[in-house]
Design a protein around this ligand. Structure first.
Ligand code: GDP
Ligand code: IMO
Ligand code: MG
Length: 425
């Protein structure tokens, strides 16, 4: 069997968590392959709402194994809080979450360094989630990181060396900090991690594949936040694209099967950085209100704008997307008309290919389609779709060149419409 990958095609928060949960019954294993607690993946079902940060979104359906892969960065303190909250609501996780020994640890000082670097950047700060993601991946690449596997060998010594190095950097930056409380919670988190099965996940995953098991790799963030292909430097510090599933789980590119690309019917972004189709008017505010566009981790209002097909085509290209999933269609239910950016006007030239930089002065060129002005939230099948909505789907499929196989019409697990039933595949 192959590994199917599900990823965000925009700037994150597309609804990955919801769809991973919906798709989990088709799989034996769900695995996160990059990112860390900067992610906030929301799932709603049976009147309950959960926000997952480091735990994969396959945890609620039918006792499946969930893996935290080597490409992930894990904060023990936040992991402990997440585990305990789920256990309090009656979910037994211990036997179902496996953690890669090669995943890197977010140290308490990484969080402080994240804040210190942001403060140093001043006006050009990234607007990070403040979870220590950048500094942890920096240490990984510069070969100074601490890994989950280190917990099993000479841990205290390695921890102290890493922390001392960070303290020196923070002192050189004249950055005031208090480590004691953070460190206490962090050490307690290490004890929580020890309750879980620590594995060489690349071996595990490949053995399972050889035994015909089905694996779903769950992306975090989105393609436009990818360290190589996103709107650099306003990106996260990992490869969020489909290739990240190879390095983040130890699976060869030839083992990747379907690539599900997920996007909102409009577009959002949190934090700083360019956003060509951003709306600062009442239409953008309507998207924020109807879509409840406030960060699931930080609570920050998300910036909202029209769907950007130039950026989406680029994401589909670098990810090799085979199926599209459109989320939050219901947010547009009352709109008179809907715009979609089909090209950029850059200095009077019409550009259809995503350019090196979207920082410069560019104007989106829009196509405008009639809205469907119908409440779609209770629809159960594509046969109920209004004519204008079908026209919108066809327009997108034609422009993007990939079929839209799933349409989401509300946050609940049940508000999901699978088009073209592929159960016979
Ligand atoms: P993720 O990070 O990609 O998993 O997405 P988030 O959970 O951060 O943000 C998506 C938000 O939209 C969450 O609050 C979801 O509950 C919500 N959501 C997901 N799908 C839909 C949908 O089809 N309609 C509406 N109205 N909300 C949705
Ligand atoms: P999910 O998985 C949306 C953004 C931050 C910031 C930039 C860098 O829920 O879609 P970082 O803390 O990673 O160094 O921040 O990336 N960002 C996200 N935006 N959804 C996310 O995750 C994000 N994770 C990071 O807002 O602009
Ligand atoms: Mg999110």
């Amino acid at each position: 069997m192959k590994v199917d990958v599900l990823l965000g095609l925009q700037w994150g928060d597309e609804g990955k968590g919801k769809i991973v949960d919906v798709l989990t019954p088709k799989y034996d294993i769900v695995a996160r392959f990059q990112g860390g607690p900067n992610a906030g993946h929301t799932l709603e079902f049976e009147g309950q709402k959960y926000v997952l940060r480091s735990i994969p979104s396959g945890i609620f359906q039918g006792g499946k194994i969930n893996i935290i892969g080597n490409g992930v960065v894990l904060d023990p303190a936040l992991f402990k809080a997440e585990v305990e909250a789920l256990e309090r609501s009656g979910h037994d996780l211990t036997k179902r979450i496996y953690i890669s020994r090669k995943a890197h640890l977010i140290l308490p000082t990484h969080r402080i360094l994240d804040a210190a670097y942001e403060a140093q950047k001043g006006d050009v700060k990234i607007g990070t989630t403040g979870k220590g993601i950048g500094p942890t991946y920096t240490d990984k690449i510069s070969r100074n990181g601490l890994r989950i596997g280190d917990i099993e060998q000479n841990f205290e010594q390695k921890y102290k060396a890493a922390i001392d190095r960070h303290i020196l950097i923070l002192k050189q930056m004249n950055y005031d900090f208090d480590l004691s409380q953070l460190e206490k919670e962090w050490m307690e988190g290490i004890e929580t991690i020890k309750r879980f099965k620590l594995i060489d996940s690349e071996h595990f995953v490949n053995k399972e594949l050889a035994e015909d098991k089905k694996i779903l790799a769950e992306g975090a963030q989105g393609t436009m936040l990818d360290i190589d292909f996103g709107s650099y430097p306003y990106v996260t510090s990992s490869n969020t694209i489909s290739a990240g599933a190879s390095t983040g789980l130890g699976i060869a590119p030839s083992k990747i099967g379907e690539v599900y690309g997920i996007f909102k019917a409009y577009c959002t972004r949190v934090g700083s950085g360019p956003f060509p189709t951003e709306l600062h008017d009442e239409v953008g505010q309507k998207m924020r209100d109807f879509g409840n566009e406030y960060g699931s981790v930080t609570g920050r209002p998300r910036r909202c704008g029209w769907i950007d097909l130039v950026a989406l085509r680029y994401a589909i290209m670098v990810d090799g997307v085979t199926q599209l999933i459109m989320m939050k269609s219901d947010v547009m239910d009352t709109f008179e008309s809907i715009k979609a950016c089909v090209a950029y006007d850059i200095n009077g030239k019409e550009v259809e290919d995503f350019p090196y930089s979207i920082d410069e002065n560019l104007t989106p060129i829009y196509a405008e389609l009639p809205g469907w002005k119908t409440d779609m939230t209770k629809m159960q099948s594509e046969n109920e779709f209004p004519e204008e909505f079908n026209a919108y789907l066809s327009f997108l499929e034609e422009n993007l060149g990939v079929p839209i196989k799933i349409v989401s019409v509300g946050p609940d697990r049940a508000q999901t419409i699978i088009r073209y039933d592929d159960s016979a595949e």
